[in-house]
Design a protein around this ligand. Structure first.
Ligand code: GLN
Length: 201
């Protein structure tokens, strides 16, 4: 079991907490710098990246987040989280941490009502909500999955970024890829229906 921090200032963090719990990890919601102490990994959830940036600054979380990622633990950055983790952000340009050497274009698939579900080129279920598009990747970035040939799931070192919302599909695959599983398969079979029931309720 690992202690994984979940940035919980804004956006869709609750479903990530359920995924981490289903894999047997200890999920710590992070709103203040002292909550970063002792963490072994991090999730940056979807939401609204400009708002998240402002809340990170006003909570004084920037230095602690940078230190946690520099320590080398696993990181999963989804959607707005990917925008925060990118080296360069377009449409409009805004600050970012630069943990992933890539350029993202915000809201590149249109407005909220144009959100969609689909399947990746490697057969992964995808939920896109006002998603960013990865428009350029540096040499250090490994593309793990694509949609019609475009990168949508990438890794650089131990930081994994997704344009979509793996926490809203019924698969724990992306979370397990990043953080591993701390429960055996039998325990997971018990936990998964509980998680799905919690989501439905
Ligand atoms: N459109 C959002 C942004 O630019 C990201 C959307 C999401 O996280 N679902 O921050």
């Amino acid at each position: 079991m690992a202690r994984i921090g979940l940035l919980a200032l804004q956006g869709g963090f609750a479903a990530h907490a359920q995924c981490l719990a289903a894999l047997g990890h200890d999920c710590v919601e992070v709103r203040r710098p002292e909550q970063l102490v002792g963490l072994e990994g991090l999730v940056l959830p979807g939401g609204e990246s400009t708002t998240q940036l402002k809340l990170i600054a006003s909570a004084g979380l920037g230095p602690g987040l940078r230190a946690l990622v520099a320590a080398g633990g696993p990181v999963l950055a989804t959607c707005a989280g990917l925008i925060l983790a990118a080296r360069q952000v377009q449409a409009p340009q805004q600050e970012s941490f630069g943990w992933l050497d890539l350029t993202v274009q915000r809201n590149a698939h249109g407005r909220q009502v144009e959100s969609f579900e689909g399947w990746s080129d490697r057969g992964r279920k995808l939920v896109f909500i006002r998603a960013p598009r990865i428009v350029a990747v540096g040499a250090a970035v490994e593309v793990l999955d694509t949609l019609r040939g475009e990168p949508i799931l990438v890794r650089q070192g131990r930081v994994v970024g997704a344009c979509f919302h793996p926490e809203l599909s019924d698969s724990l695959g992306v979370h397990e890829l990043v953080f591993g599983a701390a429960v055996d398969d039998r325990a997971r079979e018990v936990l998964r229906p509980l998680r799905l029931a919690a989501e439905a309720g």
